[in-house]
Each structure stands twice: as C-alpha cells, then as structure tokens.
Design a protein around this ligand. Structure first.
Ligand SMILES: [Zn+2]
Length: 257
C-alpha cells in the first residue's frame, strides 16, 4: 500500500507550500533553524506539510493553535528526523496540547504490595503507540536559545525515537549490531560521567533532570544537540559525535556563530 501513501503525499505537496513570510516568522521564533542549506530547508518544509496532514492536533482546555503554531510544532518535530525520514513517527497520530504544565497521577506497586501514588507536574509526555502531550506554556518558552536550550517539542519527539525499539531506554534503533554496541559504550560512559558530575554538585551545561534515567539523558541531550550544539560538543564531544552519526546531521557546523 506504500504507493497510495506516496501518491497522496505528492498530491499534498503539489497543493501546499510554506510561503516565504511564514518561513521567516518561523525562523525568527526558532533560531536554531538557521544555517540549513536550500535543499535541507525545502525538505524540512515538505516534511512538515506531510506531518501536519497525517498527525492530529488536539488542543484541550481552551488552547487555540494558529496555523503558525502548528507549523512551528511540525518544524521542530521534523528537524530531528530530517535525514531519518517520516516513517520514524509511524504508529501514532495524536498531539495533545495543554494550556500549561499538567498534572499526571502516578501509581506504583512495590515489591511488598504497597501502592504508592503521587502527582507529577509535566511540561510534556509521550507514550509508546500513544500521543505526544505538550504544555503550551513550555512551548512558548522553547525556541529561545537564550532560555538555556530547552525545547519541549524536540524532547518529547526524541522519546518517540527512543521508543521505536519498544521501551524508552536511551537506545533508539541502530542500523547494525556494531552501531548498537558503539552506542551503548559511548552513551553509557557519557551518562555515568554526567550523573557523577551532577551528584558531586558540579554544574554542567545540561539540565540535571537528565540524570533521572537514560531515556531522559537521551531526550535532554537531543534538545541540546539541535538547539545549542556547540555547547554540547564542548562539554560532551563524544556524545556529540554519537548523535551526529545517529541523526546524520552536524548542527554545530551550521550554527557556528
Ligand atoms: Zn522526558
């Protein structure tokens, strides 16, 4: 059935385009889109158009999303998969947008059968096979490199890539066993180094939240890779190289001041 999808996508691209004024507005809000080649820009815009047609936005509790808002979410979601391809986001359709950070009830039954319940306040969340959930408030802050390189869209969509293997463990699908072994060796060493620094109270450039779990380290480092790649490369050069080979992009080169 692949040809039906390809045909639909071609028709879609014949009818829709991102005009120059909208692209300029998006780039102003998302300065990390700078430095793309003309070909990369064209492919990113096309990917975003297909993404917008195939995913479903569900704004809740009074959130209103303009066409520009949707486009900017799509551009940020598609940037990480620019060289990997849209099939990396297959298997789910929903993007839920809350007005502000939202509370999620968690329960966990421990080995003694005791049920623990608590409330998490989240800026975003993604589930295997389920929707991506974003907070509008957090979205509004992202896009500004000056804010410390936080980007809730790239963060949640990085979780989606990680979960392609079934579980969120900081290991996205790898092209070969050798690539997977290299990933585990470098990623785990960099994660341990980061956790040791955080525990010792040393400030690194990455958000200390990344020490929670390998999957959070992957998502937070992915935000940095696209938003503040030169800072990531300086603090974590081996991690930067690993991400460059995985994402098949070199943002530090295109965003060099
Ligand atoms: Zn996360």
């Amino acid at each position: 059935m692949g040809w039906i999808r390809d045909w639909k996508r071609r028709r879609l691209l014949e009818r829709h385009r991102v005009d120059d004024a909208r692209w300029r507005r998006a780039k102003k809000h998302l300065p990390f889109l700078a430095g793309l080649s003309a070909d990369e820009e064209r492919r990113l815009k096309e990917m975003a158009i297909v993404f917008l047609a195939e995913k479903e936005f569900a704004p809740v509790r009074g959130v209103e999303l303009s066409e520009d808002d949707r486009l900017e979410i799509a551009l940020q979601a598609c940037l990480p998969i620019l060289e990997l391809g849209l099939p990396w986001y297959d298997g789910w359709v929903g993007i839920v947008v809350h007005p502000s950070d939202f509370h999620v009830k968690r329960t966990h039954t421990d080995e003694h059968g005791v049920v623990h319940e608590w409330d998490d306040e989240l800026a975003g969340e993604s589930w295997p096979g389920g929707p991506v959930v974003l907070s509008w408030e957090a979205l509004d802050d992202s896009g500004s490199v000056a804010e410390g390189g936080a980007n809730v869209v790239i963060h949640e969509f990085a979780h989606k890539l990680d979960m392609m293997t079934g579980e969120a463990d900081g290991v996205p699908p790898m092209p070969s066993r050798e690539a997977r072994e290299r990933w585990l060796a470098v990623f785990d060493a960099e994660f341990d180094r980061f956790c040791a620094a955080t525990e010792a109270g040393r400030k690194t450039f990455l958000d200390p939240y990344a020490a929670e779990h390998e999957s959070e380290f992957f998502a937070v480092a992915s935000e940095a890779f696209f938003e503040s790649p030169n800072a990531l490369r300086k603090d974590f050069p081996r991690l930067y190289e690993l991400f460059r080979d995985f994402y098949r992009q070199d943002p530090a080169r295109r965003l060099r001041a």
